[in-house]
Design a protein around this ligand. Structure first.
Ligand SMILES: [Zn+2]
Length: 177
């Protein structure tokens, strides 16, 4: 389950959660540039139910490390919104081995949650230790067959590897589809 402000949350079936994570991983892999971005990518890879178990994944917006200054918080929100907007543009959805029918609704709900979330409320929960993976745990390696960020250093393979998805067609250099 993915929590927002004041008990607001995005509740999905286990299958829906997997779809939500898949489309976010595709978008985050295209946009990650700064250290924080790769830590968020690592958090996403930890939402892999094929590794962690069905129905036990999820995180709250308050658990993220939103930084200490208004500038840092604005940068975090901006990155999250850009990831969600890229996913909403159906970035690489044609490469998925299934039709992500409900993904758009999930993404729109989560985008609204990010927009209305007050990062100042995350400050007191930062020290709880269950937020973002640390800088040394950031997901910076790429999975070659799937061209997304890999779950290293937690385990080898991306969310598509653990789901048994075959290599994705490349957008350049690969065979025409
Ligand atoms: Zn992979």
């Amino acid at each position: 389950m993915f929590h927002g402000r004041d008990g607001r949350h995005l509740e999905m079936t286990n299958g829906g959660t997997a779809v939500f994570v898949d489309v976010l991983v595709l978008a985050v892999s295209a946009l990650a540039r700064d250290a924080w971005d790769f830590r968020f990518a690592a958090l996403l890879t930890l939402q892999d139910q094929n590794v962690m178990g069905r129905g036990v994944v999820g995180f709250g917006l308050a658990d993220l490390d939103w930084g200490d200054t208004p500038q840092e918080r604005a940068a975090v929100r901006d990155f999250l919104l850009r990831v969600l907007d890229l996913a909403l543009s159906r970035h690489r959805w044609e490469e998925l081995p299934y039709e992500p029918a409900r993904a758009e609704g999930y993404l729109r709900t989560y985008r609204a949650m990010v927009e209305e979330f007050d990062p100042a409320t995350a400050a007191e929960t930062k020290a709880r230790g269950r937020g973002l993976p640390g800088p040394h745990e950031a997901a910076t390696a790429s999975c070659v067959p799937h061209r997304v960020l890999d779950a290293l250093p937690f385990w080898e393979g991306c969310v598509f590897c653990t789901a048994g998805v075959g290599a994705m067609p490349g957008t350049s250099g690969g065979p025409a589809r």
